[in-house]
Design a protein around this ligand. Structure first.
Ligand code: 3PY
Ligand code: MG
Length: 261
């Protein structure tokens, strides 16, 4: 498993992804034709579990899109299963404390960084993908470096600890969830509120100082470039379902206008 998103981030090439909610390999395949860099298979708000996630991960690999997955909860099985089916990174919602992130490093990273459990699985071609198959240490180091652990900053608790969380060894980057963060800050949906914008700057700066990346989420295409200008390293644009609905709405409106009797 070679993580193409990691390489794009390292090259500063401003990767753009989307949440995946529609739950069909056909959709993943179609998205492969769009130029998207990564998908986040949403096990938090979407209806998926690890078994179906494996199908979407496989389809994304074939389509040339980096497959990430958002975990449903902070627990060893939730993290382990998504990584073992081959998610190239996990996005973890609803973090409130530093201890939760320490636990995540334990679940998501192999020794010596963490205590991830090992079994040959899809992630390493059941042990046949690496030249050093027999060398467990090499395999673990490779997985640690190719698998991205991305906690979400979307609560005031996480925000208050963001400098320490971002600097934690094993954390690769931070995903900012603007909806939940704004709700937690008492300014729901007010993404231009000065306190909210200050919080975004704080998260971005904490990540920069720690040498980690930041990802931001927006449902508006015209906000994506703005996010990059603000200093975020990757942007997640909307959800497959929303983009589909909007595209049909725009087309149907235009068709109706042009076809009016
Ligand atoms: C948020 O905005 O809270 C997110 O988690 C994005 O899905
Ligand atoms: Mg959220």
């Amino acid at each position: 498993m070679k993580n193409i998103l990691k390489r794009k981030l390292a090259a500063g090439s401003r990767p753009v992804g989307s949440f995946f909610e529609l739950g069909s390999e056909f959709v993943v395949e179609a998205l492969g034709k769009t130029g998207l860099d990564f998908l986040i298979v949403d096990n938090e708000h979407g209806p998926f579990e690890a078994e179906r996630t494996a199908d979407f991960v496989r389809a994304a690999e074939l389509a040339g899109i980096a497959p990430l997955a958002r975990v449903r909860e902070i627990s060893r099985p939730a993290v382990l299963k998504l990584l073992d089916v081959g998610a190239q990174g996990i996005v973890v919602p609803d973090i409130h404390t530093l201890d939760q992130v320490r636990a995540l490093v334990e679940y998501a990273k192999f020794s010596p960084l963490g205590k991830r459990g090992f079994c040959p699985s899809r992630k390493d071609g059941w042990g046949f993908d690496y030249p050093a198959t027999e060398d467990l240490r090499t395999n673990m180091e490779y997985c640690n470096s190719e698998t991205l652990l991305i906690p979400q900053c979307e609560t005031v608790g996480c925000l208050e600890n963001i400098e320490t969380i971002a600097a934690l060894e094993g954390v690769d980057g931070i995903f900012i969830g603007p909806f939940d963060l704004s709700i937690s800050m008492g300014v729901p949906g007010q993404f231009e509120h000065p306190d909210f914008v200050r919080a975004l700057g704080r998260i971005r700066d904490a990540c920069r100082s720690a040498g980690k990346f930041t990802m931001y989420f927006t449902v508006h295409a015209d906000q994506v470039a703005r996010g990059f200008r603000f200093g975020f390293d990757a942007m997640t644009f909307s959800l497959d379902a929303r983009v589909l609905i909007q595209a049909y709405r725009d087309a149907i409106r235009r068709i109706r206008e042009e076809s009016a009797p």
